[in-house]
Design a protein around this ligand. Structure first.
Ligand code: ATP
Length: 443
């Protein structure tokens, strides 16, 4: 298959209702995107998959949903007010703006081609500011959170006291974050409003390396479980000059997007930086008492921070395939893992007459209890299969004249296009088993 471009993904997303430009009828808002009927299902399914892996299937990780608005001192303690800057340069000729660390400052402007046209790099704070209450002055500034992590740190004591978790333990959260990003091209890869899936793991300081290595491997395994091609995933360890101000060790998990290798998730050893700073700024004791050893310490934090909206782009890019069939036709297929496909089962009557529609509709209603379903009776059956392939529906059921005689239906598999005849009563178990056994073809 030829290499796919980001434009191919963008156009599929619009055509099939995964992602739309924000405020499109007004000409759109730069770098903001809306998730359509299929996109919101896909995003929710990825979020649920992450939550199951990180929270529901583990005894020592609890969930949290903190508010977006927080006390402004939080962002002083975290270092964001002081450090959360990108160095920027402008092209004096065409006025385009770039991150100074992402372009070659000695080369010509990538937009207009003018040489020696860049301004000196300037600092720019990425946090969105607003005011709480009716008066707009310095005393009531609040920020839209630029990461979900701080909501976890300031609630760490609450979680310890109420849920009886003991070090080592984690707190997980999924939610919106906001950054006034300057370079926001590449569709939903980098946006000003996005969603993160973060888990902060609190450990004994002497065990930081062990847990850092554990989460590094575990998070890579997660992507493979999600059905992502292993050859498109890699680690990018941070060298000393790449480390953030709070980090002792850091590694990114990168994915090969259509525009190249880019960060998907960051895993950081944040040491006791955050809790110590919050303790200092709030005046509250944030130490942890180990009731076995009677040791008191400030836990170290191992962070796993993934983008949810960025994962949507990753999953779409990874799933997209154009396949040439034996008859020469091209089939577009999204090979989503069945657990995250927006629709799990499509149900069709072969034709709209002789009671087949009624039978298929009733069947589709029964299946709703178990799966996300979609009923479709318009157009030739082959076209209906293609439409489902294009949105990644892994299983389709067709009701025909034989169904009326003996209650058997055709089950068609998306990946192999194989069709089997089964009894109506076997549909649920057969599909559940197929989901359990799912393995992506060619991977
Ligand atoms: P970058 O260097 O690309 O700006 P970062 O290293 O600042 O990213 P983190 O602060 O570690 O990113 O954020 C954790 C994760 O949140 C990233 O791996 C990414 O998946 C996601 N993320 C960060 N910024 C954005 C954004 N502007 N739009 C979409 N997702 C983002």
């Amino acid at each position: 298959m030829e290499k796919i471009t980001l434009d191919t993904i963008v156009s599929l997303c619009k055509r099939r209702g995964f992602v739309f430009q924000s405020s499109e009828i007004y000409g759109g808002l730069a770098s903001a995107w809306d998730y359509g009927p299929l996109g919101v299902e896909l995003k929710n399914n990825i979020q649920r998959f992450w939550w199951n892996e990180m929270v529901r299937s583990r005894r020592n990780i609890v969930g949290l949903d903190a508010a977006i608005l927080m006390h402004p001192r939080v962002w002083e303690a975290s270092g964001h007010v002081e450090n959360f800057h990108d160095p920027l340069v402008d092209c004096k000729q065409c006025k385009s703006r770039f991150r100074a660390d992402q372009i070659d400052l000695t080369a010509a402007c990538p937009v207009c081609g003018t040489k020696d046209s860049f301004t000196e790099p300037r600092q720019f704070n990425l946090m969105f500011k607003t005011h709480l209450g009716p008066v707009e002055d310095e005393s009531n500034i609040v920020y839209l959170r630029p990461e979900t992590a701080q909501g976890i740190y300031v609630n760490y004591k609450n979680c310890v006291q109420t849920s009886r978790v003991k070090v080592p333990f984690g707190i997980a959260q999924v939610g919106k974050a906001f950054r006034n990003e300057i370079v926001t091209k590449n569709f939903i890869f980098r946006t000003c409003e996005f969603e993160q899936m973060e888990m902060q793991f609190f450990v004994k300081p002497s065990e930081d390396k062990k847990w850092f290595d554990y989460w590094k491997e575990t998070r890579m395994e997660y992507y493979k479980k999600l059905g992502i091609r292993p050859d498109k995933l890699r680690f990018h360890p941070h060298g000393p000059d790449e480390l953030a101000h709070y980090a002792k060790e850091a590694v990114d998990i990168e994915y090969e997007f259509p525009m190249g290798w880019r960060e998907l998730e960051g895993i950081h050893n944040r040491t006791d930086f955050d809790l110590s700073r919050h303790s200092e700024y709030s005046g509250k004791d944030l130490t942890y008492l180990d009731d076995q050893t009677k040791e008191r310490f400030v836990p170290y934090i191992i962070e796993t921070s993934a983008g949810l909206t960025r994962s949507v782009l990753m999953v779409l890019s990874d799933a997209y395939e154009e396949e040439t069939l034996e008859n020469g036709e091209t089939r577009t297929v999204l090979r989503f893992h069945p657990l995250i496909a927006p629709v799990t089962v499509g149900v069709f009557p072969l034709v709209k007459k002789d009671g087949l529609s009624e039978y298929a509709m009733e069947l589709e209603e029964e299946l709703r209890e178990h799966f996300s379903t979609f009923y479709d009776e318009s157009g030739a059956i082959g076209r209906r299969y293609r439409r489902q392939d294009e949105i990644g529906t892994p299983y389709c059921i067709t009701v025909d004249y034989d169904t009326k005689e003996n209650d058997t239906v055709t089950l068609r598999y998306r990946d192999s296009m194989e069709q089997v005849r089964i009894h109506k009563n076997e549909i649920v178990d057969t599909i559940k088993q197929a989901i359990k056994d799912y393995k992506r073809v060619g991977v």
